[in-house]
Design a protein around this ligand. Structure first.
Ligand SMILES: CC(C)(COP(=O)(O)OP(=O)(O)OC[C@H]1O[C@@H](n2cnc3c(N)ncnc32)[C@H](O)[C@@H]1OP(=O)(O)O)[C@@H](O)C(=O)NCCC(=O)NCCS
Length: 207
């Protein structure tokens, strides 16, 4: 049983909660700023919904937070090799130009709690939401536009995400960006089909 499951309470990240909690610091200035100042506007504009886990021992401590939105993977805008990979486990007859996905727009673990497996537990929690039989829509992939920095890229790779484009050059080309563009983020994806609902590690933390 994980730390989030046993020692924390899950909640929507609301304005009241942000006002009553200690300021959230995941060690990334842009993310701290987003959760503190922008997450509520994103939510009221229906652009992204933010959630968090609060420490039971001290509910003023936000242990981790994340923001998710609907998204899709459009295979027409992928190189052939990647298109094949994305389509690989989808029956030919069901292959589309666009597959439903959920975007993890922001995600951070409080610096006080890092390197304890919370990031992994949080990712398993998010994945489990979208394979839940009661999920109201179909969702095949989890996608993320990860900061192009070693720690987040390693984190997503360790959590079985793959790059959508095999190199920065390829991503720049297929995203129609100028050749000299410096990529601040990299698109990554995870195919939810690989998860079996019987996997105990992916059991929803709220069960
Ligand atoms: C990236 C981030 C989410 C990872 O969170 P985390 O809770 O530290 O993640 P985990 O504990 O699951 O794994 C991190 C590392 O700790 C290690 N670890 C996990 N449990 C551990 C334990 N009990 N003891 C020691 N190390 C442990 C993992 O093996 C992993 O090792 P690695 O750094 O060599 O890959 C966190 O660093 C963060 O919030 N960063 C800033 C924001 C950010 O970059 N977000 C992602 C982009 S949107």
């Amino acid at each position: 049983m994980g730390f989030l499951e046993t020692k924390c309470t899950f909640s929507v990240l609301t304005k009241d909660l942000l006002e009553s909690c200690n300021s959230f610091d995941c060690g990334h200035v842009d993310l701290n700023d987003f959760f503190t100042n922008d997450s509520q506007d994103y939510s009221s504009q229906l652009l992204g919904k933010s959630y968090c886990f609060l420490l039971d021992e001290n509910p003023k401590d936000i242990v981790c937070a994340f923001t998710i939105s609907n998204d899709s993977i459009k295979t027409n805008s992928l190189p052939n090799s990647r298109k094949k990979k994305v389509n690989k486990d989808i029956p030919r007859i069901k292959q589309f130009r666009s597959y439903p996905a959920v975007l993890i727009g922001r995600l951070g673990v409080n610096i006080k709690f890092k390197k304890n497996g919370i990031g992994k537990e949080l990712m398993d929690f998010i994945k489990s939401w979208f394979i839940d039989p009661e999920n109201k829509t179909g969702c095949r992939f989890v996608v993320v536009d990860s900061y192009n920095e070693e720690i987040p890229l390693t984190y997503y790779q360790r959590n079985d995400f793959q790059f959508l484009f095999s190199s920065e050059e390829q991503e720049i080309k297929y995203m129609d960006l100028p050749v000299e563009f410096e990529l601040k983020t990299r698109l990554m994806y995870f195919d939810l089909i690989v998860l079996s609902s019987s996997d105990p590690n992916l059991k929803n933390t709220q069960d």
